[in-house]
Design a protein around this ligand. Structure first.
Ligand code: ADP
Ligand code: MG
Length: 710
């Protein structure tokens, strides 16, 4: 009985809320639910926050004579003149039509007999599709079409600017549109989508010309009325988009800050000064820490001496000396009788940290262990870790492995954190719990991030900046040289080696395939050995056995090798102060941050260093800009700002791989002023508008279940 059915439906929808799962909408089954989740759609609210990527103008009929091949899709009202099956390279149904003035061909490669039977001469159609230049003239392949009674009926339709959504296989536009339609109906219910923006923030928006309320904004992005500024809706300058973007930025910020508050209520071991201070460590170093290093060490030790977990991010440009800072934290944890884990993104780097920490800490009586992929099953190695002996454990992501138990983990140091996913970071923290205590966490990154970006991504962390390089460093002189002058570069290597210098030759490929990179490195090493027979050339790449790689690195460090041909495995952290010339192949293909990191491998000693960026012309506009930024500056922050402009925030944060920092609507660059406002407002909203804050957090955290950078 239809009436009771719809009454039932009405009752059901009465009860629906925005946080209900989207399967409560009509026509959404379990299979679809899984696919929607990959689009970030889990709740009904997520459906409303799924922003269209573009719009189709279905507001008017375009005369065939006005159509442009390869332009925008159009609506046409046409009468069929003839239809026949053609057997060309592919069988197709070709339909010739006219609007009385000009001819338009419709072509179908897939068609059912029943469909063919209805597409006969004299039939009127309203079609929608993108015209292109076909064999016989203007043609639309697989148009959407409806059979209509006559020309007048063809012109009788509701004009619309139809939203086109980001979709995925198995989720059609029709399905998404239908779900959005149902959700838009729910928006009419009072309290379904409360305006959660505190009033003064609403005033700020209005003062900046954003006068649209949240419900209107949602309607506008999904179902813009004819005449709406589509370009502004798409590029995000439209007030409806700004309204949503600001709310998202605020919700994101609130989420991070409240998470941080929650972590700060957890208990952590108190790791204070155990008596002898850091003087013994500093004596081992052979240099005196910079003021910046001392300040940051002080900030870390103050955090660790408190019974709540430290969550601190250390930013320091390449070569600023982060390892020493971490060593001070590690030593403090161990002197308090707790374990410290020090995690690096690559084996090479883990080995280097292991060597450094061992040489600094072993003389002070600290046991340092190395756990890499291969050694994680070595029980003799793992037993002290499991038994809670106060040791320092250096390793790669092998440290996360479920099989590795820390008996008494008090501190996690994560080096070059942009290389690790959010989940990994959390996994290590969760491991830490011992006797209900959470470990302190120290995260180190050499990727300088502009302030607003850092604050919006890492609002859950305290930040320290090592804003000073150790004394005696000289800037790296950087030149860009086209590939055809490679021979000159090789000669230059010969001269540098004759002068007692050491050289890196870095092979890079656009596809980061270990195998191809390794092959390229082998070929380059071979070519160099042939061209410079007196020069000792060696290799380091990701496909070599750890021991072989380590041997090559050690030999290079010891000066027994003149030229190290390497892949980007040396990108982070590798430290050989005597190396003063670096050649980077295919430099035009790398991003600024990566080039800056690579170049940071030289310029660590007191002799002047050089970096040659070999490129394959012609250079694209952005590649040219990248190379010139590098030639002009060595300042990591200046480079990061340029990078942000050239690539956008997702790439700068290195989150492309990790999937974090993906806002649904906001764009940290486009909405920059709103980022500032959200940062400024967040603490007040948490303090004085807790209900609104929790609405905003729930609304925007949604399917992704977390926040950028967390
Ligand atoms: P990064 O910040 O890139 O990780 P490292 O910790 O690898 O830098 O340090 C780079 C180099 O500088 C290392 O050889 C390290 O021993 C050295 N170094 C660190 N601090 C100082 C200092 N205060 N004075 C002199 N050399 C230092
Ligand atoms: Mg480092």
């Amino acid at each position: 009985m239809p009436s009771s059915c719809s009454a039932d439906l009405a009752r059901r929808t009465q009860r629906l809320t925005a946080s209900d799962p989207c399967r409560r909408l009509n026509g959404v089954g379990p299979k679809l639910v899984d696919k929607l989740a990959t689009l970030g759609i889990v709740s009904i609210g997520d459906v409303l926050l799924h922003r269209p990527s573009r719009y189709e103008d279905r507001t008017r009929v375009t005369p065939i004579a006005e159509m442009m091949p390869q332009g925008m899709p159009v609506i046409a009202v046409v009468r069929i003149e003839a239809a026949e099956v053609r057997y060309g390279r592919r069988r197709s149904l070709l339909v010739s039509t006219t609007d009385g003035h000009a001819r338009l061909w419709l072509r179908f490669f897939h068609f059912a007999p029943a469909q063919q039977a209805r597409l006969v001469a004299g039939t009127w159609l309203r079609v929608f599709g993108e015209p292109r230049a076909g064999v016989y003239g203007l043609e639309i392949v697989h148009p959407e079409y409806q059979i209509v009674d006559d020309a007048a009926a063809g012109h009788d339709f509701t004009p619309e600017l139809r939203a086109v959504y980001p979709a995925t296989s198995g989720v059609t536009q029709n399905r998404l549109r239908d779900m959005v339609d149902q959700a838009l109906v729910l928006l009419d219910k009072p309290d379904f989508w409360p305006d959660a923006l505190p009033r003064d923030l609403g005033h700020e928006l209005a003062a900046a010309g954003v006068k649209i309320d949240i419900v209107e904004a949602l309607r506008c992005i999904h179902r813009p009325p004819p005449g709406e500024d589509l370009a502004a809706l798409i590029d995000g300058r439209h007030p409806a988009v700004t309204r949503l973007a600001f709310e998202e930025l605020l919700g994101h910020q609130l989420g991070l800050r409240s998470r941080r508050r929650q972590v700060k209520t957890e208990r952590a071991p108190v790791l204070g000064d155990a008596g002898r201070g850091l003087a013994p460590l500093f004596e081992q170093l052979g240099f005196s820490p910079t003021n910046a290093q001392r300040r940051v060490i002080g900030e870390i030790l103050a955090d660790m001496a408190v019974a709540h977990p430290m969550l601190r991010l250390i930013q320091g440009d390449v070569g600023s000396g982060k390892t020493v800072v971490a060593a001070a934290a590690v030593l403090t944890a161990i002197e308090n009788g707790w374990q410290a884990a020090f995690m690096a993104p690559t084996e090479l780097l883990a080995e280097q940290h292991f060597t450094n920490l061992s040489s600094w800490l072993e003389p002070l009586g600290v046991k340092v262990l190395l756990v890499t992929g291969r050694r994680r099953r070595d029980d003799a190695l793992l037993a002290p870790i499991r038994d809670g002996e106060p040791v320092a454990v250096v390793g790669t992501h092998a440290l996360f492995q479920a099989s590795l138990d820390f008996g008494r983990l008090g501190l996690c140091v994560i080096d070059e954190q942009h290389r690790f996913g959010v989940d990994q970071r959390l996994a290590l923290r969760n491991k830490a719990a011992a006797g209900g205590l959470t470990a302190h966490q120290l995260i180190m990154t050499a990727t300088p991030i502009p302030r607003t970006l850092a604050m919006s991504a890492y609002a859950d962390l305290d930040t320290s900046v090592i804003d000073e390089l150790p004394p005696g460093r000289t800037p790296v002189v950087t030149v860009a040289v086209p590939n055809k002058r490679r021979d000159e570069v090789v000669e230059r290597i010969g001269r540098a080696v004759a002068d007692g210098r050491q050289v890196y030759w870095v092979c890079t490929l656009i596809e980061a395939s270990d195998k191809l990179e390794a092959q390229a490195a082998e070929a380059a090493a071979e070519a160099l050995s042939v061209a410079l027979p007196d020069v000792h050339v060696s290799l380091a790449h990701g496909r070599m056995k750890a021991a072989a790689k380590q041997k090559a690195m050690q030999a290079f460090k010891a000066g027994a090798i003149d030229v190290l041909v390497a892949t980007t495995v040396i990108e982070v952290g590798v430290d050989v102060p005597n190396a003063s010339l670096m050649i980077i192949e295919n430099a035009e293909r790398l991003g600024l941050a990566q080039l800056h990191q690579l170049r940071g491998r030289v310029g660590r000693g007191s002799v002047e260093s050089h970096c040659v960026l070999l490129y394959q012309p012609p250079l694209s506009e952005t590649a040219r800009k990248r190379l010139s930024v590098l030639r002009e500056t060595g300042d990591g922050f200046a480079i990061a700002r340029a990078d942000l402009e050239l690539r956008g925030p997702g790439e700068v944060l290195g989150t492309r791989q990790t999937g974090a920092a993906s806002f649904r609507i906001a764009d940290l660059v486009r909405d920059g002023i709103w980022v500032e406002k959200a940062l400024a407002a967040a603490d007040d909203v948490l303090a004085y508008h807790p209900r609104e804050a929790s609405t905003l957090i729930d609304r925007w955290a949604g399917a992704r279940g977390g926040y950028a950078g967390v």
